[in-house]
Design a binder for this molecule. Structure first.
Ligand SMILES: C[S@@+](CC[C@H](N)C(=O)[O-])C[C@H]1O[C@@H](n2cnc3c(N)ncnc32)[C@H](O)[C@@H]1O
Length: 295
């Protein structure tokens, strides 16, 4: 990678034969109604793999690597990576025990820990690779920048890679009216009331550079099409959006000044828009991935 940072040419997802990544054929899996699993499958499919940092050789090496999945949620990424790279050791950290209780494979350890109340239960410079996905919008300002990044860099070794994967929360691109309304009148105002900085992906590259601990900072942007006219990735992204819209009902009903029934009607309208999205509409959204090397 170049010393200087840059946004790579925008990657556009192209439908290919469905890859068998790791050990499972994703078409056979039940992903519906599980938002995190849906996001995991969508991103794995869209990026054509589980990670972007150049750590493949290290993860496969005999001595392996020590890897942290920060904010691991249900642990889908951790478990799949541990299966694919048995010589490496994977730690999943989450403030609640949302991950599986008994763990297989053996090279995984899940730990309950909240970075906002305690330092992470690791020494300085323990990890070769730190990964964090879809976590920025779970922190109120300024905790992500003032606490989380510092703590993740503390546990990362010099010469180790850090990687973040995050969604852009925009009004969307060629979205239908209902989804646009949900976003502009619901999601964004709610994020604001929570002091969640949904614009952080746009300046995150600068934010990483300003730590003065990282080099080769790189941002990659990926366009994800929505709806079944875009093949399997479009089905996954539609499912992901619907899971998100449904899961936000309790938060958004009052801010949107809707009754339960009116929110359900809006969900129905969004469902129609995203699932049936015609090719001409060409609706899509973006994910960003940030990679950097600790000096
Ligand atoms: C949207 S989920 C993403 C889960 C997982 N990274 C994935 O991609 O499937 C956000 C996760 O951040 C976790 N989280 C929230 N506050 C946290 C904190 N203080 N420290 C670590 N993780 C936190 C949540 O518990 C949740 O599991």
């Amino acid at each position: 990678m170049d010393e200087s940072s840059h946004i790579e040419d925008e990657d556009e997802y192209e439908e290919e034969e469905v890859p068998v990544v790791g050990i499972i054929d994703i078409r056979k899996e039940g992903y519906r109604s599980d938002q995190l699993y849906c996001a995991h499958l969508m991103l794995r499919q869209a990026w054509n793999g589980n990670f972007g940092a150049p750590v493949d050789d290290l993860l496969r090496s005999k001595s392996g690597a020590k890897v942290l999945d920060f904010g691991c949620g249900s642990g889908y990424w951790t478990l799949e990576m541990a299966t694919e790279f048995p010589s490496s050791k994977f730690y999943g950290i989450n403030p609640t025990a949302s991950f599986p209780g008994s763990v297989s494979p053996k090279n995984v350890e899940f730990i309950v820990s909240n970075v906002l109340t305690d330092t992470l239960p690791f020494k300085d410079a323990e990890f070769d690779y730190v990964f964090a996905r879809n976590i920025m919008f779970t922190f109120r300002k300024p905790n992500f920048e003032s606490i989380v990044i510092k703590e993740l860099l503390r546990v990362l070794k010099p010469g180790g890679y850090i990687e973040f994967v995050e969604e852009e929360i925009t009004e969307g691109h060629n979205r239908g009216k209902a989804l646009l309304r949900w976003n502009v009148d619901g999601l964004k105002p709610w994020l604001e009331t929570q002091s969640i900085d949904y614009e952080i992906p746009y300046r995150f590259e600068e934010c990483l550079k300003s730590t003065n601990q990282l080099k080769d900072v790189m941002e990659q942007k990926l366009k994800i099409p929505i709806g079944k006219s875009n093949g399997f990735i479009g089905e996954l992204s539609a499912e992901y959006i619907m899971n998100t819209v449904k899961s936000m009902a309790d938060n958004l009903i009052s801010i949107m000044n809707l009754t339960n029934e009116e929110y359900d009607n809006l969900v129905g309208e969004i469902e129609k828009e995203v699932r049936d999205n015609e090719e001409d509409n060409n609706a899509y959204f973006y994910y960003r991935r940030y990679l950097a090397l600790k000096m």
